[in-house]
Write a protein that binds this ligand. Structure first.
Ligand SMILES: Nc1ncnc2c1ncn2[C@@H]1O[C@H](COP(=O)(O)OP(=O)(O)OP(=O)(O)O)[C@@H](O)[C@H]1O
Ligand SMILES: [Mg+2]
Length: 330
């Protein structure tokens, strides 16, 4: 079971679009995928449920990640996540053809309250100074995912909110790979730099606290997440090729030592609006055009090679994923 966190510092760069479409495409190819919506905006959830069904079937019936977080009691193991997972029916109908499976742990608009509770439990932003609940908070999601049988899912994707808060950090602590979407503009490129610094600092801090508390927490393994790289989204093309404004953003990321996916997503307002009358992401939509299908499945193939889960003879990518390092802190 591979766990990939999709995160960014800048909002609206395509995290949720990538989570929904990469996850659904891989499920459609016959694999078992779990999507986890960690954003109180619940956009990922709303890619798979209409608003009424989400309210009545998930939010009111406590089938959300918020309800799961709420059920946590200090110093006890979190309850198994499986009881909070749903199978979105419209997506399941399309995916079943290929023998795959797509499940979702939906979000709730009040997930932000949980985040505040978790911050309170940690003792504030300078959490490492008051470490009593440090691992209770940051390991909770990882333990929740560990409650699945490894054969339940081939891939788990964690879609994060656009800030580096406690829930995003818990996702970093629960994953083995990270993916950063970015738009080719200056603010998004700066956002990638900010995120790398925060990632480097968090992984360093976590491992340092684990070291200091090794007598108290013998089970804490050091974090070693690997960065798959940046996926450029909403790219403008001119006469069949990306505009020249793209180059500095690719070079910028490479200079920081971050891999950049060869595949990218073009601006496609109609294509990413989803299906007209069904809650389905673009890749499962009956209106999916051949061009967008090629683009999405091309990206998915590169993604599978980079996480080391491609079938067949795919050659390993040289810079497939780089370790998150404390050198990024400065
Ligand atoms: N390639 C694209 N072309 C056109 N529109 C896109 C493309 N990718 C995403 N969008 C649209 O841009 C908006 C933002 O995308 P998305 O929700 O995936 O970003 P996000 O990073 O998850 O945002 P947030 O920070 O709010 O969680 C959405 O309305 C989405 O449908
Ligand atoms: Mg989002």
């Amino acid at each position: 079971m591979k766990v990939v966190t999709i995160a960014s510092y800048k909002g609206g760069v395509g995290k949720t679009t990538l989570s929904a479409n990469i996850g659904a495409a891989i499920a459609r190819m016959g694999r078992r995928v779990l999507l986890v919506d960690l954003d109180p905006q619940a956009n990922l959830t709303l890619n798979f449920y209409d608003a009424e069904t989400w309210q009545a079937g998930l939010a009111d019936r406590r089938r959300t990640v918020k309800a799961w977080f709420e059920s946590w009691r200090p110093h006890t193991a979190p309850p198994p996540l499986a009881g909070y997972v749903t199978t979105p029916p419209a997506a399941a109908a399309v995916i079943a053809e290929g023998g795959g499976r797509l499940d979702l742990l939906g979000s709730h608009t009040a997930l932000g309250d949980i985040e505040m509770d978790l911050v309170g439990r940690l003792g504030g932003a300078q959490a490492h100074r008051s470490t009593r609940y440090y691992f209770d908070v940051y390991q909770q999601l990882a333990l929740g995912l560990a409650s699945f049988d490894p054969s339940d899912y081939d891939l788990v994707i964690l879609d994060c909110p656009s800030h580096f808060g406690v829930i995003t950090r818990a996702a970093v602590a629960a994953c083995d790979h990270l993916l950063i979407p970015s738009r080719p503009d200056n603010q998004s490129t700066l956002g990638v730099e900010h995120l790398m610094r925060r990632l480097g600092r968090f992984v360093w801090e976590y491992n340092r606290v684990a070291e200091l508390q090794s007598g108290l927490h013998p089970v804490v393994k050091p974090l070693e997440p690997r960065l798959l790289g940046v996926v450029l989204t909403m790219v403008q093309y001119y006469r069949g090729a990306p505009t020249r404004f793209l180059r500095p953003h690719i070079e910028g990321a490479r200079q920081l030592g971050i891999p950049v996916f060869d595949a990218m997503l073009r601006v496609n307002n109609r294509g990413f609006a989803g299906a007209v009358d069904l809650p389905l992401p673009a890749v499962l939509s009956p209106d999916l055009t051949l061009d967008l299908a090629r683009e999405l499945f091309g990206l998915v193939e590169e993604f599978l090679v980079r996480i080391g889960a491609a079938r067949g003879e795919a050659a390993p990518v040289e810079d497939a994923a780089v370790p998150v390092t404390s050198a990024w802190m400065s």
